[in-house]
Design a protein around this ligand. Structure first.
Ligand code: PMP
Length: 307
């Protein structure tokens, strides 16, 4: 989906969207050296707020640390940039994309020790990633023939641009097979994650999600859902999940910032449970969306007003 807004935050200032360009010799373009975030701002009972902003920015700096990338701004400055990108574009709700990348720092894999990353923050309107009716009616997914990144190859806990080549293979294959999204197994052929979502199963009233070592990005929506589910009294277990567990689940849903919380109605053509959204998935969704109208109690720092 092509997106845009009037202004984009780039290296310290808000500039017109179309002027935010980079050089073709940018290191990131050649070698994948970028780290980024996906964040949402919601129209809430407290005005427009960014959801778990501080923790998203912490994850951005964690990703940069893994790649020894120097972001020449403080966390506070990046948080303010996010707020400005929403507010100065007059957006009531938005998807935010902060991205730090190595620009034209020179050829060669190893960037100069004093190389500074460029940083941009875009904010724009972006509705339901998996389609408008996905939240209620669910999506059809398939297990990909591509495995997720093996441990100690490219670290999946870092949200780095290069990792999304794996996600693209998974997502494009799913599209070719007529699925809305693809599910990947890890290198041990246990369930990992979707191309851009974490996964949850429900069986006999218990909620399961792959352990954080299953080559996943530790999603903030995943963390949110685990906390909300436990508050609702559900047992949530992080453990290795086999492929066939996907077929035998009573309910199956995916989580992510862009995706939010979306039920899966079939896997590899097999219906999940009754084939429509289950009651626990619905309860989790209600708790999740209840964050933004004050119905769900949350820690103070989960909603950050943009102005
Ligand atoms: N896994 C991958 C590969 C992702 O790209 C995303 C989306 N950022 C997620 C999981 C979900 O993470 P979050 O809930 O923090 O958006």
């Amino acid at each position: 989906a092509k997106v845009s807004a009037e202004l984009i935050w780039f290296n310290g200032e808000l500039i017109p969207w179309q002027n935010a360009t980079v050089h073709v010799m940018s290191h990131a373009l050649h070698y994948g050296s970028s780290v980024f975030e996906g964040i949402r701002a919601y129209k809430t009972h407290k005005g427009t707020c960014i959801f778990r902003l501080e923790e998203h920015i912490d994850r951005l700096f964690d990703s940069a640390k893994v790649y020894r990338m120097n972001i020449p701004f403080t966390r506070e400055e990046v948080m303010q940039a996010c707020k400005d990108a929403v507010a100065k574009n007059g957006l009531e709700s938005a998807y935010l994309r902060p991205l730090a990348f190595l620009g034209d720092v020179g050829m060669g894999l190893r960037p100069p020790a004093d190389a500074k990353a460029d940083l941009m923050v875009a904010a724009f309107s972006w509705e339901a990633y998996l389609g408008a009716d996905a939240i209620e009616n669910g999506v059809q997914v398939g297990v990909s023939s591509w495995n997720r990144l093996a441990p100690n190859t490219m670290p999946t806990a870092a949200k780095a641009g290069g990792n999304y080549l794996s996600s693209q293979l998974i997502s494009m294959e799913a599209g070719r097979h007529g699925y809305t999204e693809g599910i990947a197994l890890d290198v041990n052929n246990m369930v990992s994650e979707g191309a851009g979502q974490n996964l949850f199963l429900v069986r006999k009233g218990v909620i399961y999600t792959p352990f954080s070592t299953a080559s996943i990005l530790p999603g903030l929506t995943r963390d949110t859902v685990i906390k909300l589910a436990r508050n609702l009294g559900y047992e949530v277990r992080e453990e290795p999940i086999s492929r066939e567990s996907l077929y035998l689940a009573d309910e199956f849903f995916m989580t992510g910032t862009a995706t939010e919380v979306v039920p899966v109605k079939s896997v590899d053509g097999l219906p999940v449970g009754t084939g429509s959204r289950g009651p626990i998935t619905k309860a989790i969704q209600d708790a999740f969306f209840g964050i933004f109208n004050g119905a769900t109690e949350i820690p103070d720092n989960w909603l950050d007003a943009v102005e």
